[in-house]
Design a protein around this ligand. Structure first.
Ligand code: ADP
Ligand code: MG
Length: 748
């Protein structure tokens, strides 16, 4: 029996899925697999695990597993469910890539879908689980389709063995035929239960004109207008990325100051004396520092996926209504108006969890809530009390060119399904309004649905995992071919026979079996390039360094971004001072001579080494431009990779050393060879003098697959060195094509 607090119980009763509890549980009892559809906010994620728990699915020692496509959702939903059930996080727990609070008492486990896939590798039958819920299946993350494919077989196998397991697929869109009608997944289509959500009407207001460049400014203006002119109710603003979110938050806070007692903004004030002196010096000398555009280099959140869904909103142009705010830009610049405080909160996936959790709490009395978000707020998280939505109509997505290997983040128009989903966020608690910062004509040109993630990301890691499970074809696509090609070149798969025509070759390649090296690589929880480095990392005592470099390379954005626009001259010189210090630190970490040739990877190694030496404190990170959260993640990954290495190779005997001495010269040479083994196909050569005819090739590098030059970014350790041959982690296209994670290759 679950002992819920009365107010929780009351809130639950209002959720549409509660009315369907019996229908759902009966369907689960009668069928191996059930599909459940219901509008975002209807209570699927928070309630269905509780239904299963109360029906006894966790009582015979089995676990209730729930997969989420996003880490944010796995963490926050586990907390929410623990809280609703009045149980500890040792019972309702989560596990994301390197982090979790699962205990031996865990009964409900939220995890990312990648984590579950790894578990399939360890125990194909998933015997720990009595039921698995695949949540947010409409998001079509790369793992969703594969997991559904695997789980439908696992369920059949478990039944055969007399250890039945249930599978529940939950989706926020009714477009579920993609799975139910797929004969490869289900011979007999599973039953679909639809939960009727009580969605209040949302009036959609289109702009007459569509601002092309300044939609961020337009979002700010519209939010100001709503706040000034419209009745109470939370505002949710959709923008595309972290930088935009922060900039709008800053402007809104300035326009409608909300000052809680004793929480002043002390960001700079508490900087240590030494650092402040350093900054003052810098300010006095006013040297013209090189403008390092860290933004150009930054990998912004990859997991801000897109959604496929329909929302029951009426999106009419009703430009005459009272609540239509028009879209004439206001000329008057917003003056600070503390009389109507606005409680402004950012929401994006790299935000610290404590900050993220704030959006679920009621705003302080007398202040209106305003959440400025990326599309994490589109489906995964339901923010209470939202009455107004401001939708910029765009989304930032990662694009990956399978042929050239170039990645880029592009802001593109979102899909109609996605825009309707965003609008729907305004109608959860009462009738609401959605202000679209684009015209209805532009909307009708949006594509109907967004494409699945699998078309936008490399899949070499998935292919290796499938091969390790001895599964040949889970799904077919062109993505498979290039992934297999890479795996063959890394030595993880056997070479295909060399005879025959092209067509036969391709067919033959599809059946390249995994090699012993491939099996070892598959045991590491990182993508195959990095796994290869680990597999070779033992030479000359390099393993601890290899582990550290790999850990740092696979963690997103370890350096803090400082590229925000400063609001005052004073702030701008503060920022310049910090930037100067950070680049000085990076030069220090890069070292001299041989280590400098290890380039950006040496900087990573140096940064992690220094940070761990200083016990990885928030203060050290803050002072040296490192993201604290990233450093913790690296620490966990180092531990995890160290265990994995020891498990694969019982005599490796590596351990995590927090006072790791820097590598010796000969170790650095060895590390460069190890790195080359993983990144060998990411080779670039500096263009030779005679090719310098066209100025666009100045300081450029030539890669085998691109006609255009690629460059070493100004913030790279090797920006001045310009070695003849380099390997790189990836190419990111921003203002130019820049190589990320550059390391020099021995040219002898
Ligand atoms: P669904 O999965 O169908 O989209 P959820 O189960 O996520 O729905 O959400 C159900 C309700 O629970 C929503 O109204 C949401 O606002 C509320 N909720 C979810 N997480 C929290 C939280 N951490 N704090 C308060 N309310 C929450
Ligand atoms: Mg949900």
């Amino acid at each position: 029996p679950v002992d819920r607090l009365p107010e929780i119980q009351e809130a639950r009763l209002k959720l549409p899925v509660l009315a369907e509890e019996q229908v759902i549980m009966e369907a689960v009892k009668e069928n191996d697999c059930v599909v459940l559809c219901g509008e975002t906010g209807s209570g699927k994620t928070t309630q269905v695990p509780q239904f299963l728990y109360e029906a006894g699915y966790a009582s015979a020692g089995g676990l209730i597993g729930v997969t989420e496509p996003r880490r944010v959702a796995a963490v926050s939903m586990s907390h929410r469910v623990a809280n609703e059930m009045n149980l500890s996080t040792g019972v309702v727990s989560y596990q994301i890539r390197f982090e979790g609070n699962v205990t031996k008492d865990t009964k409900i486990k939220f995890m990312t879908d990648g984590v579950l896939l790894k578990e399939v590798q360890k125990d194909f039958l998933l015997q720990k689980y009595s039921v698995i819920i695949i949540d947010e299946a409409h998001e079509r993350s790369v793992y969703t389709d594969i997991l559904i494919g695997l789980l439908s077989r696992i369920v059949a196998l478990r039944n055969k063995k007399g250890l039945p397991m249930k599978l529940l697929i939950m989706s926020a869109t009714l477009r579920v035929e993609d799975f139910t009608e797929n004969k490869r997944l289900f011979r007999i289509p599973p039953p679909v239960i639809k939960v009727e959500a009580r969605q209040f009407p949302v009036t959609v207001h289109f702009n007459k004109r569509t601002p092309m460049e300044d939609y961020v400014a337009e979002a700010f203006r519209k939010t100001c207008k709503i706040h000034r002119m419209l009745p109470p109710g939370g505002i949710l603003v959709f923008l595309t990325g972290q930088a935009e979110v922060q900039s709008v938050c800053r402007r809104l806070r300035k326009a409608f100051p909300y000052r809680p007692k004793n929480t002043q903004n002390t960001e700079m004030e508490d900087a240590p004396e030494e650092l402040r002196k350093f900054k003052r010096q810098k300010q006095k000398k006013s040297v013209s520092l090189p403008r390092i555009d860290l933004n150009n280099y930054s990998a912004l959140p990859v997991d801000e996926g897109d959604e496929d869904r329909q929302a029951g909103v009426d999106d009419e142009d009703d430009e005459g209504s009272d609540l239509d705010l028009g879209d004439q830009p206001e000329d008057s610049e917003e003056k600070a108006d503390p009389s109507i405080p606005l409680y402004v909160l950012p929401l994006y996936s790299l935000l610290a969890p404590e900050q993220q959790a704030k959006v679920f709490r009621p705003p302080p009395p007398g202040a209106r809530l305003c959440v400025v978000a990326t599309n994490v707020a589109e489906t995964s998280l339901t923010i209470p009390g939202i009455k107004y939505v401001v939708d910029c109509g765009r989304v930032k997505k990662r694009f990956y060119d399978r042929v050239t290997g170039v990645s880029s983040f592009k802001v593109t128009w979102t899909s109609q399904a996605s825009a309707n989903q965003r609008a729907g966020r305004a109608g959860r608690t009462e009738a609401g309004h959605c202000y679209r910062l684009y015209s209805s004509a532009v909307f009708s040109d949006f594509s109907e649905f967004s494409e699945a993630e699998i078309t936008r990301r490399p899949v070499d890691d998935l292919v290796l995992q499938m091969k390790d499970l001895n599964i040949e074809k889970v799904w077919g696509s062109g993505a498979l071919m290039s992934a297999e090609q890479l795996l063959i070149s890394l030595g993880a798969l056997e070479e295909p026979p060399r005879q025959g025509r092209m067509v036969d070759m391709e067919r033959a390649r599809l059946s390249c079996p995994i090699t012993p090296l491939g099996r070892a690589m598959a045991a590491f929880p990182v993508s195959p390039r990095y796994a290869k480095m680990l597999a070779l990392g033992r030479q000359q005592g390099c393993m601890p360094y290899t582990i550290t470099i790999v850990a740092a390379m696979t963690v997103r954005e370890i350096f803090e971004e400082l590229d925000r626009p400063a609001s005052s001259e004073e702030e701008s010189s503060k920022l310049a001072g910090r930037k100067a210090r950070f680049s000085q630190m990076r030069r220090l970490w890069a070292g001299q001579g041989q280590s400098l040739l290890l380039g950006d990877l040496m900087v990573l190694l140096g940064a992690v080494g220094a940070c761990e030496f200083a016990s990885c404190t928030p203060k050290f990170c803050e002072e040296n431009g490192l993201r604290y959260k990233a450093m913790l993640e690296i620490r966990r990954l180092r531990g995890q990779l160290t265990n994995a290495v020891n498990a694969v190779c019982s005599d490796a005997g590596v351990c995590v050393d927090n006072k790791m001495a820097p590598p010796t010269e000969s170790q650095v040479v060895c590390l460069r060879q190890i790195v080359l083994a993983g990144l060998g196909d990411h080779l670039a050569r500096r263009v030779q003098t005679e090719e310098l005819l066209d100025p666009k090739w100045r300081n450029g590098y030539k890669t085998p697959l691109l006609d255009e030059p690629v460059f070493i970014h100004p913030s790279s350790a090797l920006h001045k060195e310009l070695p003849e041959f380099v390997v790189y982690q990836e190419i990111m296209e921003t203002t130019k094509m820049y190589m990320r994670g550059v390391c020099a290759v021995q040219a002898d």
